[in-house]
Design a protein around this ligand. Structure first.
Ligand code: NAD
Length: 459
C-alpha cells in the first residue's frame, strides 16, 4: 500500500518535470535538483513517533500497547489526521495514511499538512475505563508534539467523539492556561465540536458520486459525448434510471453514505446491499437503511446476523457472507471499511462500473490499473472522503472564533468546498486518458511543489 502512494506521487513529479509550463523559473540542473528534493520530501514523513503505552488493566495485569503519531508534511499548515484504534495498525500503514492526508488537504485547499496516528488494539476488548486511560496516556506520551498550531488529531476507525473529548481534556490538564479547543477535532458538540462533523465524511463521499453522475453530467453531457474518453463513456451509461448501490462497511462513513443514497432527491437509487465485519445483507428491491441504522445503534455497531434479528427489526434481507458484497452485479460500490479490499486476486470478479473510496486505499494499485483500463470510474479516497477533514477545519475555526455555525451552514460550506474541487478536477479528468486518482495526485503535487519552492525548500 505504501508503495502505491509513493509510486503515483513519483509519476506525478515525473510528468511535472517534463512540463516546462510548470514552475518555468526552474530550469536545467536547478530544475532536476528541485524535483529530486520534492521526491525525497513527499516520499518520507518529517517525523515518526512511536511509544508503548503502559496500561494497568482492570483485571490487575499490565500491558504495553504500541502507539504511533506520524507527521508527514506541514508545508501547508499544522499536521492533521485521525487516530486509528485497530489491531492491524502498523508503522507502514500509519505513514501511508499520513501521506494521503498531506495530498488530501492540498487537493481540497484545506490549510493543513498531513499526519496520522494509530494505536494497536481492538477497542472492543477493553472496558470504558481502560479506553479512557489509553486515551489519556496517548496524549501524555505525545503531548510535546501535539497542539492547535502543531498537530491536530481527529477520530478514525475505532475512535469517535468520546475519545476526542477525553484526549482534549487531558491536553488541557497538561497545558493549563493555553488554547486547547483546537487541539483535537471530531469532539462532541457540547465540548466544542462542530454540528455535522459526524456525518461529514459519509455525506461528502455520497456527494462526490452524485456530483459526478448527476450535476456535472447534466451540465456537461455534450462535452462528454464529444470526447472518446473511456471514463466519459462510463458516465454516459447513466440515463437517469435507478442506480443499484452496494456499501461495504456500515460504520460512521458507510451508514451515512448509505442513508444519503437512500434519501437522495436528485437521483433514484436502490441501496441493495450493505456489509460489515460479520455479514452482507442483500435485498434486490432495496434495503430499509433507516431501520438498519436504528438496529446498529442499539446493537454495538453490528448489522443483524440472524433471521430472528431481521424479523424483530422488520427488515427484509438475505444474509450472506461479508465478502459477497464485493462481487455483486451493481452499478455502484461504495467502499467504506478497510484498505486493500479490491486487489490483484479478486479484481477480475468486480462488476460495479463506479467505485467510490470512502475508506482510505481500499483498492490496490494493481486492481486500480486493471479496473481503470476497463473504464471503471474510481473516485479516489483523497477526493471522496475529505468531508471529515473539511469539517474538522470548520470545527477548528469555530473553536478559535468561539462562533458556531448551524448544521445547514456547515453542510453548505462542506459541499461548496467539495464542489470547487470537483469543478477543478473533472474537466481535466474527462479530457485526458488518466484515471481520476492520477488527476487528483497531480493537482495536489503541483500545489505542494509550488509552496515548497516558494518556501525555499527545494535546494
Ligand atoms: P467505523 O469503525 O465507524 O466503521 C467501520 C465499518 O467497517 C464497521 O461497520 C465494520 O463492521 C466494518 N468492517 C470492518 N471490517 C470489515 C470487512 N472486512 N468487511 C466489511 N466491513 C468491515 O469506521 P469509519 O469511521 O466509518 O471509517 C471507515 C473507513 O473510512 C476507514 O478506512 C477510515 O480510515 C476511513 N475514513 C474515515 C473518516 C471519518 O471521518 N470517520 C474520514 C476519512 C476516512
Amino acid at each position: 500500500m505504501i508503495s502505491q502512494t509513493r509510486m503515483i506521487v513519483q509519476e506525478s513529479l515525473d510528468a511535472l518535470l517534463e512540463d516546462s509550463a510548470f514552475l518555468p523559473e526552474l530550469d536545467g540542473d536547478a530544475r532536476k535538483q528541485a524535483f529530486t528534493s520534492l521526491g525525497a520530501i513527499l516520499s518520507t514523513p518529517n517525523h515518526l513517533h512511536k511509544s508503548f503505552l503502559r496500561i494497568a488493566l482492570e483485571n490487575g495485569s499490565v500491558v504495553r500497547i504500541p502507539a504511533f503519531r506520524v507527521q508527514h508534511n506541514n508545508a501547508l499548515g499544522p499536521y492533521k489526521g485521525g487516530i486509528r484504534f485497530h489491531e492491524s495498525v502498523n508503522e507502514d500503514e500509519v505513514i501511508n495514511l499520513a501521506s494521503l492526508m498531506t495530498l488530501k488537504n492540498a487537493l481540497h485547499d484545506v490549510p493543513y499538512g498531513g499526519g496520522k496516528g494509530g494505536i494497536v488494539l481492538d477497542p472492543r476488548s477493553y472496558s470504558e475505563k481502560e479506553l479512557h486511560l489509553i486515551c489519556k496516556k496517548y496524549v501524555q506520551y505525545f503531548s510535546d508534539i501535539l497542539g492547535p498550531d502543531k498537530d491536530i488529531p481527529a477520530p478514525d476507525m475505532g475512535s469517535g467523539e468520546r475519545e476526542m473529548d477525553w484526549m482534549m481534556a487531558e491536553y488541557k490538564s497538561i497545558r493549563p492556561g493555553q488554547a486547547y479547543k483546537g487541539s483535537f477535532t471530531g469532539k462532541s458538540v457540547i465540548n466544542g465540536g462542530s454540528l455535522g462533523r459526524r456525518e461529514a465524511t459519509g455525506k461528502g463521499v455520497y456527494f462526490t458520486f452524485r456530483y459526478l453522475l448527476h450535476d456535472f453530467l447534466q451540465n456537461q453531457r455534450k462535452f462528454l459525448s464529444n470526447t472518446d474518453n473511456a471514463f466519459a463513456k462510463t458516465a454516459l451509461e447513466y440515463d437517469g434510471s435507478p442506480m443499484t448501490i452496494a456499501v461495504q462497511g456500515f460504520g460512521n462513513v458507510g451508514s451515512v453514505a448509505a442513508l444519503e443514497a437512500y434519501q437522495c432527491q436528485h437521483m433514484q437509487n436502490k441501496v441493495v446491499a450493505v456489509s460489515d465485519r460479520n455479514v452482507t445483507l442483500h435485498n434486490p428491491d432495496g434495503l430499509d437503511i433507516p431501520a438498519l441504522i436504528k438496529f446498529v445503534a442499539l446493537n454495538n455497531g453490528d448489522l443483524p446476523t440472524g433471521e430472528n434479528q431481521l424479523l424483530d427489526a422488520n427488515i427484509k434481507a438475505t444474509i450472506m457472507d461479508r465478502n459477497d458484497l464485493l462481487y455483486m452485479d451493481v452499478d455502484v460500490m461504495i467502499l467504506a471499511a478497510l484498505e486493500d479490499q479490491i486487489h490483484d486476486t479478486n479484481k477480475e470478479k468486480i462488476k460495479a462500473r463506479i467505485i467510490v473510496e470512502g475508506a482510505n486505499a481500499p483498492v490496490t494499485s494493481e486492481a486500480d490499473e486493471y479496473l481503470s483500463d476497463k473504464g471503471v470510474i474510481i473516485i479516489p479516497d483523497i477526493l471522496a472522503n475529505a468531508g471529515g477533514v473539511i469539517v474538522s477545519y470548520l470545527e477548528w475555526m469555530q473553536g478559535r472564533e468561539t462562533q458556531f455555525y448551524s448544521e445547514d451552514q456547515v453542510y453548505k460550506l462542506l459541499l461548496d468546498k467539495m464542489k470547487n474541487t470537483m469543478d477543478t478536477i473533472l474537466p481535466a479528468f474527462f479530457g485526458d486518458p488518466h484515471p481520476l486518482r492520477q488527476n487528483c495526485y497531480i493537482h495536489s503535487v503541483m500545489k505542494l511543489s509550488t509552496v515548497l519552492y516558494r518556501q525555499g525548500k527545494l535546494y
